[in-house]
Design a protein around this ligand. Structure first.
Ligand SMILES: [Zn+2]
Length: 255
């Protein structure tokens, strides 16, 4: 280790972890200031280590990091909310994992996105509070993740002729927008008019207020299908874990 490193303070939530070597962990943390970052936590695999609790998936903390040549290193932190209660309920665990996964696949590293950070945190707290239908929460979250990563849907105006849409049953996937009944329906997906209206609602209303949406199972299932399709169209990425291993080996050689 050479040179002086500056301590960087931020808030962050652990979205993914991986064991590394005998005692260490690699974490992917979504932070308010630095976006999604990869961090090495020395000794964090051992339960007696002071970093152990901070380095669990879902943990939301105030962190002190150091930036090495290629990656961050965690030094200390204070837990704000561990969210470890999700581990006691398989549904909660699945939903929380998905909230994290969506950040992982939609964000490249080291690109700050404070609005998305706030959104993700809101989703985690809303899930924990059990205050609304988790399916609706996840659909609202997906709609907003799309919006905050440059793939926001325009459902109020026709994406072809720009006329105001009152009701529609088609989304053009090239323009990320609705298509009115007069325009040509191609390069997109059909959906029920009620589902279109529900999606429009999710696209407009802040996430903490979407509990007002009254959707039956048919609409909920179609919303899930449509959003899944849009998300997998935009964020198709191959896993990067192996590349990261190479990266760390290289950076350790240089230290
Ligand atoms: Zn039109």
């Amino acid at each position: 280790m050479g040179g002086f490193l500056t301590a960087l303070k931020c808030k962050g939530i652990v979205i993914k972890t991986m064991d590394y070597k005998e005692n260490d962990k690699i974490l992917w943390i979504f932070t308010d200031k630095f976006g999604k970052i990869s961090v090495i936590a020395k000794g964090a695999k051992k339960s007696k280590n002071r970093l152990f609790n901070l380095c669990l998936t879902f943990c939301f903390s105030e962190l002190v990091l150091y930036k090495g040549k290629n990656m961050y290193r965690i030094n200390e932190g204070n837990i704000i909310e561990s969210f470890q209660g999700f581990l006691n309920d398989l549904d909660m665990l699945t939903y929380a994992s998905y909230i994290c996964e969506l950040i992982d696949i939609s964000m490249v590293e080291n690109e700050p996105n404070l609005e998305l950070f706030k959104l993700m945190l809101t989703a985690m707290y809303l899930l924990k509070s059990n205050a609304m239908d988790s399916d609706i929460l996840l659909r609202a979250y997906e709609t907003n993740v799309l919006k905050h990563t440059g793939y926001g849907l325009n459902l109020d105006f026709c994406s072809i002729c720009h006329k105001k849409i009152v009701s529609a049953d088609y989304i053009n996937l090239q323009y990320y927008g609705g298509v009115c009944d007069e325009c040509m329906k191609s390069q997109g997906i059909h959906l029920n008019r009620d589902t279109y209206s529900a999606l429009k609602f999710l696209n407009t209303v802040p996430m903490e207020k979407v509990y007002r949406l009254n959707a039956n199972d048919k609409i909920k299932n179609e919303l899930q299908r449509v959003l899944y399709l849009i998300i997998s169209n935009n964020y198709a990425k191959s896993p990067k874990s192996l590349q990261l291993f190479e990266f760390i080996k290289e950076s350790e050689k240089n230290e």
